[in-house]
Design a protein around this ligand. Sequence first.
Ligand code: PMP
Length: 358
Amino acid sequence: MRKLNFGAGPSVLPESILRQAQDELLSYENKGFSIMEISHRSAIFEELLNNAKKDALELYGFDSNDWEVIFTQGGASLNFCMVAMNFSQDNKPCEYINTDVWTKKAYKEAQILGLNPVYVASSEEDNFSYIPKAEFSDNASYAYICSNNTIQGTQYHEYPDSKAPLIIDASSDFFSRKMDFKNAGFIFGGLQKNAGISGLACCFIRKDMIELSRSKNIPSMLKYSVYVDNNSMFNTPPTFALYIFAKQMQWLKDMGGLDNINKKNIQKAELLYSTIENISFYTLHAKKEDRSLMNVSFKTPTSELDKLFVSESEKAGMIGLKGHKLLGGIRASIYNAQNFKNVETLAEFIKDFANKHA
Ligand code: PMP
């Protein structure tokens, strides 16, 4: 019996993908070997990789004349320093909007590199419960944001304008919706939430940003243009993670693309938010206008009751509902692979728990 998994990542995968991976574990497409047992230079693997890249661009509607898709290892986090190394320019500030942990970590890497990054806005004074409005300077090296803040459950519903290239950490809302990407030059994310498994990041890089990277004197494995020039195979890539990513791209296409998955995500989020909002026993962390469609962070009146909520939910077959240690409380993650029925079950549990303990 599979549990209902509301974990923030690594998180639930579509069951059909797990079953296909199981079926093909010993023999990929009936060829007599596993995808993990063949060369990344083989035609079979290259075809898988190239199809996945094509699907990724197609899902977002990005033109391959303007964008390249690359894959980096080291999760989303390695990109925190790579962004600063590849895209900073002399005498142009590296600008960040501070929406907590994931932007702070990225900012810190720029600091370590001696680039003197600046925060142009922050919602720290209200425990990051909202997305702050900000203006980036016209002469910035880049304008950096985190699209969805996995811990607090806040999300940009419109990206900010910027003259400088917008850099978007989309780790926790990757492939969940189409957006107006404004002046985006680089969009990246770890795949373990909406599009695969951990360790691997997918990055969309605009062609002019590749040239900027190419002009830099930095080590090969940290240089984006090296990934572009080598089809993300400067070294041996994590082939199984790419295989799952390829399956995930196909699954999203079969689901009718990002607009359709977004509709489903909205339905799940609406059910959960309206359930919680209607029970005064609970408090939602994020301000209404900036609520995330991916992570719903909330609390009961006391930390003891939060703990009880989590332990009782586990007895009821649900996992992953404990809030992040920085925020406490409860967090339900409802990424692409989470189905509506599971969210209905959670909503009923939320009502029952309040009835019992209010
Ligand atoms: N950015 C965001 C928004 C995240 O949620 C996470 C992981 N939870 C990361 C970056 C870091 O990802 P990774 O662990 O793959 O480096």
